[in-house]
Design a protein around this ligand. Structure first.
Ligand code: IMP
Ligand code: MG
Length: 180
């Protein structure tokens, strides 16, 4: 049964598993012969990252984390991004893959990507489970995307609204009366 605040299911547990496998297969192909640093963006990406990372069959794929805040607890992006946790490893001359839950306005990911390039990364690619292209404010594209969606507010499988609903095992559309 769906959570009472969820209007409809957008991606079931089975669909998540299939989508993550498809993305992992592409990453395995693209990085088969080069070491990779996987950077998960806390906290929204944790479920996706944990599932994706276990499907990577790469010889060398270091794991690290970053956290940035742009949304606060509101459903409207503020536009300003602040890094609240930086990576611990050295990415100089290394290939980096950022793993994020959703690409929305692009403010967060363009800031993080730029930050990692400034640290001297050889390349920085973006992997996001969801993409809302209609909301984009920055010219940024994901290299790996699970699903392109309309301008809806979604929760579950790591995605939150005001720190709630991250524990739902599926992804659903939040009822608009919850955030309006
Ligand atoms: P951006 O900087 O506007 O691209 O926002 C990215 C961040 O906003 C994501 O990492 C999410 O934490 C959050 N976000 C954007 N859209 C949604 C959504 O539909 N549900 C939950 N969080 C979202
Ligand atoms: Mg969030």
């Amino acid at each position: 049964m769906l959570h009472k605040d969820v209007f409809e299911q957008l991606m079931s547990e089975e669909e998540i598993e299939k989508t993550v496998s498809e993305i992992a297969a592409k990453i395995n192909e693209d990085y088969s012969d080069r070491p990779l640093v996987v950077v998960g963006v806390l906290k929204g990406s944790v479920m996706f990252l944990a599932d994706l990372y276990r499907k990577l069959e790469l010889d060398e794929c270091q794991l690290d984390f970053m956290a940035a805040s742009s949304y606060g607890s509101s459903a409207v992006s503020s536009g300003s991004v602040r890094i609240t946790k930086d990576i611990d490893c050295n990415v100089k001359e290394r290939d980096v893959l950022i793993v994020e839950d959703i690409l929305d306005t692009g403010n967060t990911l363009s800031f993080i990507k730029e930050h990692l390039l400034e640290k001297g990364a050889a390349s920085v690619r973006i992997c996001t489970l969801f993409d809302k292209p209609d909301r984009r404010k920055k010219p940024i594209k994901a290299d790996y995307t699970g699903k392109v969606i309309d301008d809806l507010f979604i929760v579950g499988y790591g995605l939150d609204y005001s720190e709630r609903y991250r524990n739902l095992p599926y992804v659903g559309v939040l009822r608009s009366e919850i955030y309006s």
